[in-house]
Design a protein around this ligand. Structure first.
Ligand code: HEM
Length: 506
């Protein structure tokens, strides 16, 4: 009996020791290389929020480390779960990594999230999740359908969605009153625009009954929610990546993969039967690619790459921008004057005009800065590189080690943006966005060769909705919404965004 107990106790001790040694194996990594290590370290790594995100926030964990070391050091050694990672504190160094030294940092951590389940076939067709030459090929193929020329030709889709948005708001006001939940409204708009651009269909989100959720939007919401929770799941599994293969972890849901496959097959057939002939949209690009040898699965992969951020990220930017404008009426009025002036001169605003309204662009950039929907980028070192840590120190990073560029923290740092928590579009006057971007301190779309592939699409979508809303309605706040909804990628408004829409001229 006592022998059995002794064996059991020994087993428990040894197991704990093995787990402890495993979790802390790299903890001297930075010290041995002469770099500063962020303290305190626990067996959960530098950012406990990755593993216990119910009680902690990953982004706020990063904030704690950033606040402690920024200004004094250019970078600090951290541990993402148990793996060494360099946190880049100096935006100039971030710019160097993303742009100048890109050939040493070609891959992203998200590319390690795929390939563990053969059925997870669409996520591995997205540049977001791929590496090396395959990334380059997919990026070129996908991006060819999003050129300024193609968007100019497809601009009618955005114009039509804008009109439908105003019609929906009118119906909602008549049926339910002036207060409209604006997160829902934003996603109705992005669902409608993306369904039309990518698949050539009406999502029914703005044309259907007020308040009713159409199948396309519901599926898109389930799909993006599961994609965000997959990011969290895969981040957690950094603690033991071998589990990914063992558990056959997949990124996208099987049910939504099937839905989008069926939708793409139907859309291709319909277009090939002559419906919508001559349209220059993303579907026409996919069909051209299929004629050159792509499979229907390649088309679904590309379609979902555009839809993920075209629906979700752009929708999130839109409702945050409307919320900020509702909180800052003076800025809203100034924006309205600019838009109405442009409309007075032209019957409708062209693709070129919408992209060149200066104050609209300033408000858009300021909203992106405040919300930063993708709050950090993790790049993997792919080729040995020397990094200057300042004060005469440098470090040699070896392939496989990751770095984190904390864009959210730069965007909210008072040292770079005085009164950083306030909505002040004036800071982006006179082309400041590109100056800030070159300094590495304004990265809403990232930077370098892996910069957001859909930047123009996202901009066009958000600006079209804003233009239509602000030229027709005064948008006012009915109650404050706290920040706090943490997707693991950023921090968002937490709760219903009830804004009041008053028709102008009434
Ligand atoms: C306003 C909306 C959007 C925002 C704020 C946004 C932001 C970002 C950011 C921060 C990155 C990471 C860049 C980096 O690592 O340097 C990214 C990458 C990416 N975005 Fe967007 N995005 C938006 C809309 C879109 C849209 C509409 C698409 C559709 C095509 C898209 C497709 C992508 C892809 C494919 C990547 C990965 C690029 C690569 O690794 O080569 N995004 N986006």
């Amino acid at each position: 009996m006592w022998t059995a107990v002794a064996v059991l106790l020994a087993f428990i001790h040894v197991s704990f020791a093995v787990v402890y040694i495993y979790l802390t194996w790299y903890h001297k990594y930075w010290e041995k290389r002469g770099a500063l290590t962020a303290e305190p370290l626990t067996i959960l790594g530098t950012y406990p929020g990755i593993l216990v995100n119910k009680s902690r926030s990953f982004i706020l964990d990063v904030q704690d480390v950033y606040d402690k070391y920024k200004g004094k050091y250019r970078a600090v050694g951290t541990f993402i779960t148990r793996q060494p990672q360099l946190l880049i504190l100096d935006p100039a160094l971030a710019h160097e990594i993303l742009v100048d030294k890109f050939s040493h940092f070609r891959d992203t951590i998200t590319s390690s999230f795929v390939g563990h389940n053969p059925d997870d076939k669409y996520v591995r067709r997205s540049p977001f999740f791929t590496t090396g030459e395959e990334w380059k090929r997919l990026r070129t193929e996908n991006g060819a359908g999003l050129t300024p020329n193609r968007l100019r030709m497809a601009y009618k889709i955005w114009e039509q969605s804008g009109r439908r948005l105003v019609e929906y708001i009118e119906r909602a006001r008549q049926e339910k009153g002036d207060v409209i939940e604006t997160r829902d409204l934003a996603y109705r708009f992005t669902a409608t625009t993306m369904a039309d651009f990518i698949w050539g269909i009406d999502a029914n989100s703005l044309s259907g009954k007020v308040g009713e959720e159409a199948v396309f939007q519901k599926t898109s919401t389930d799909w993006t929610a599961s994609a965000f929770s997959s990011i969290m799941k895969f981040n957690k599994s950094l603690v033991a990546p071998f589990l990914r293969n063992f558990l056959g972890m997949r990124f996208f849901l099987k049910t939504t993969d099937e839905f989008f496959l069926q939708l793409t097959q139907d859309a291709v057939k319909l277009r090939q039967s002559g419906s919508g002939e001559g349209r220059s949209d993303y579907l026409s690009h996919l069909i051209q690619l299929q004629q050159r040898g792509n499979t229907i699965h390649d088309s679904v992969g590309h379609a979902l790459t555009v839809h993920l951020d075209g629906y979700e990220t752009s929708g999130a930017v839109l409702y945050h921008m409307l919320y900020s404008l509702s909180e800052n009426i003076e800025e809203q009025e100034k924006l309205r004057s600019e838009i109405l002036e442009a409309l007075a001169l032209n019957e409708s605003i062209s693709y070129e005009q919408i992209n060149s309204l200066p104050y609209l662009d300033q408000c858009f950039n300021e909203s992106l800065r405040l919300v930063t929907p993708i709050g950090f980028f993790m790049r993997i070192c792919t080729k040995d590189v020397q990094i200057d840590l300042g004060n005469g120190n440098s470090i040699n990073l070896e392939p496989g080690i990751s770095v984190m560029v904390p864009a959210y923290q730069y965007h909210h740092d008072d040292a770079f943006y005085p009164a950083a928590s306030e909505f002040r579009p004036e800071r982006f006057a006179d082309g400041a966005a590109s100056v800030f971007n070159k300094r590495g301190m304004f990265l809403p779309f990232g930077d370098g060769p892996r910069i957001c592939l859909g930047m123009r699409v996202g901009q066009l979508t958000v600006k079209t909705a804003i233009l239509n809303i602000i030229s027709n309605y005064l948008v006012e706040q009915t109650k404050k919404v706290p920040l706090g909804a943490d997707t693991g990628m950023g921090i968002f408004l937490n709760g219903d965004v009830e804004l009041k829409y008053t028709k102008l001229g009434n």
